[in-house]
Write a protein that binds this ligand. Structure first.
Ligand code: AMP
Ligand code: TRP
Length: 338
């Protein structure tokens, strides 16, 4: 980070398990590509991962695992930070809580979905205040670096709108355009669907068959793609959601030649879904094999990666501290440097 003429890009991901093709094609691939033209800051948001029931024994190792995976797919370690190593995010979250209406939070789709899931699946039906407050912490993640752009999947659009509302309310209250209103950046594949049920998005929380992990073994990836649901049986003029999803994955994984050829065959009415699946499986396996090689190299020196990430988190923290100092001034808090 830190070339003053460049615009700032920020995004984050929760350490809640495997990285799947939805995460990669919807957001992380963009993170990698944007690094050449922007000042990029990318966070592994472990505070966010505490908002749903979780295993305290696993959070730390999940955080390191996700970092390893992000570096393996091409995120530069110097652009990466761990959220809990930059406690100013939580401090800014508190300040923003006072600029956010509770009604706004109750309307968030992700809150509604996740609290419903807790109610259905947990014996004690516990829903934490952290889950409701989650988008305010997300707003702090974004605004603390005064990010211009936020590369995310489409499911985050509502959270981004909230962050603009909070920024606007804050600016109005302090009487100056202090915070930039951040904009989302979407890939050509902002919503990858589950191959087992193409009517729902690919997601970890929906269960194992509903996501294809970037790092699972090739045989499993192949099997999941080959058993993808293509047609629901209805005859229709329109391409079915499952077939569309496979074409999308094929293009995103880089085999545009097969994509275009198979698309022509489809238009002529001669596409065999088996051929499409073979092409998708080959292309995804080729792409993920490269990631796996890189991950094995990084994993051979975990110490080195850990010390790199601690150093980059400390570096990135300086920017967050600068913002917090300015914000405290603006909102009328004491600003003493000990
Ligand atoms: P999550 O796994 O929910 O922490 O999401 C991490 C990033 O991946 C966010 O930017 C999401 O918007 C994006 N994402 C998650 N699922 C999908 C999906 N099925 N399609 C596209 N993007 C996704
Ligand atoms: N809410 C995002 C998700 O579920 C993760 C996230 C947390 C995030 N803080 C962020 C994304 C800041 C972009 C910017 O995927």
């Amino acid at each position: 980070m830190s070339d003053t003429n460049k615009k700032t890009v920020l995004s984050c991901i929760q350490p809640t398990g495997d990285m799947h093709l939805g995460n990669y094609f919807g957001a992380v691939k963009n993170w990698v590509d944007l690094q050449s033209d922007y000042d990029c800051v990318y966070g592994v948001v472990d505070y966010h991962a505490m908002t749903m029931p979780y295993d305290v024994k696993k959070l730390r190792s999940n955080t390191w695992e996700l970092i390893t995976n992000l570096v393996a797919v091409g995120v530069k370690p110097e652009n990466l930070f761990v959220q809990s190593l930059v406690p100013e995010h939580a401090e800014l979250c508190w300040i923003f809580n006072c600029f956010c209406g509770i009604g706004e939070l109750g309307r968030m789709t992700q809150f509604k979905d996740k609290s419903k899931k807790n109610e259905e699946e947990q014996s004690n039906k516990f829903i934490s205040a952290g889950l409701l407050d989650y988008p305010v912490l997300q707003t702090a993640d974004i605004l603390i670096y005064k990010a211009d752009y936020v590369p995310v999947g489409k499911d985050q659009e509502q959270h981004l709108e909230l962050s603009r509302n909070i920024a606007g309310r804050f600016n109005h209250q302090v009487g100056q355009e202090y915070f930039v209103l951040p904009e989302g950046l979407y890939t050509e594949t902002p919503k990858i669907m589950s191959t087992a049920d193409p009517m729902r998005k690919m997601s970890k929380s929906a269960g194992e068959k509903h996501y294809i992990s970037v790092f699972s073994d090739s045989k499993r990836i192949e099997k999941q793609i080959k058993s993808a649901v293509t047609d629901t049986g209805e005859v229709s003029e329109k391409m079915s959601a499952g077939v569309q999803n496979l074409f999308m994955i094929l293009k995103a994984s880089g085999d545009t030649i097969s994509h275009d050829q198979l698309m022509d065959t489809y238009r002529d009415g001669n596409l065999r879904y088996g051929d499409l699946k073979v092409a998708v499986a080959e292309s995804v396996v080729k792409m993920t094999d490269d990631f796996k090689v890189r991950r094995a190299e990084i994993s051979a020196d975990k110490k080195q990666l850990k010390s790199q990430i601690k150093a980059s988190s400390a570096d990135i923290r300086r920017k967050a501290q600068e913002t917090i100092r300015e914000v405290k001034d603006l909102v009328g808090l004491l600003n003493v440097r000990f």
